[in-house]
Design a binder for this molecule. Structure first.
Ligand SMILES: O=C(O)[C@H](CS(=O)(=O)O)OP(=O)(O)O
Length: 251
């Protein structure tokens, strides 16, 4: 359905620091952290993890883990791209296979993605998006009646190309490729970026600041994996601080 005929507005916040938390009140927020927190959560839920608890720092992670029985949770995350010492898993989606994550609660602590999710807590609904679950996300957003904000995690308060590109792809799909006149500037910029680079997502992302910055720490397989569109029918939704798959029970 084209957004031209819908009453709700679409906006894009370019990083986790580019908005006031209050601005999300009564809206549907989609947190996008393509490399890699969103892609990792979607993969974990696809592989039947029970849920993901996003935390802002190591202190919160250890507090939450103290209240859970150890066979039932995994302490996961990274600092500047590297797995945190003593944690069960880092932030590579490729590590989150069924054998490791099935029925586990994942306590996830990452540099940008989980902080962005925590900052989106005032939204009416918080969803997690990436290229991997694009189609499933669009199907849900087409029915949403509130305003929609795509919250790009970015990097330490700055813009990250891969997140803005994914936000542009979401808007492109929602509007059937015709940008309505009434969208906000952030949405226009994301849409324009997608029009320019959307034909080859992987190539564009390979030249991003992230890929250059973390080339010795994050594998090319990780980046290629995160650039795949519509690989998983997973809709991560946050409820009372825990992210689970809306479709989980139907599978
Ligand atoms: O581990 C990641 O992919 C990044 C690392 S960094 O912030 O770009 O150094 O964290 P994320 O929170 O997934 O963006």
């Amino acid at each position: 359905m084209s957004h031209e005929f819908m009453n709700n507005k679409i906006d894009v916040f370019i990083s986790s620091q580019s908005f006031q938390e209050e601005e999300l009140r009564d809206k549907t927020a989609v947190v996008v952290d393509v490399l890699r927190a969103s892609s990792t959560m979607i993969t974990a839920l696809h592989n039947r993890a029970k849920g993901v608890i996003p935390v802002a720092d190591m202190g919160d992670a250890s507090k939450i883990s103290q209240n859970l029985d150890s066979p039932h949770y995994l302490l996961c995350g990274e600092k500047d791209g590297v797995k945190i010492e003593g944690y069960d898993l880092g932030n590579s989606p490729l590590d989150y296979d069924g054998e490791k994550v099935e029925d586990k609660t994942i306590i996830l602590n990452t540099t940008n993605g989980t902080k962005a999710i925590k900052r989106a807590g005032l939204a009416d609904r918080v969803l997690i998006g990436s290229f991997l679950n694009l189609r499933t996300l669009i199907t849900d957003l087409e029915k949403v009646e509130t305003d929609i904000v795509l919250v790009c995690a970015g990097w330490k308060g700055r813009l990250a190309l891969e997140d803005l590109l994914c936000a542009g792809n979401i808007i492109y799909e929602l509007t059937d490729g015709i940008l309505p006149h009434n969208v906000q500037d952030g949405a226009k910029v994301a849409f324009g970026l997608y029009e320019k680079f959307g034909d080859d997502i992987e190539q564009a992302v390979k030249t991003s600041n992230y890929a250059v910055r973390l080339k010795d720490l994050v594998s090319e397989e990780d980046i290629a994996y995160c650039c795949q569109r519509n690989k998983m029918q997973v809709l991560p939704v946050m409820k009372e601080g825990i992210i689970s798959d809306f479709y989980g029970k139907e599978k």
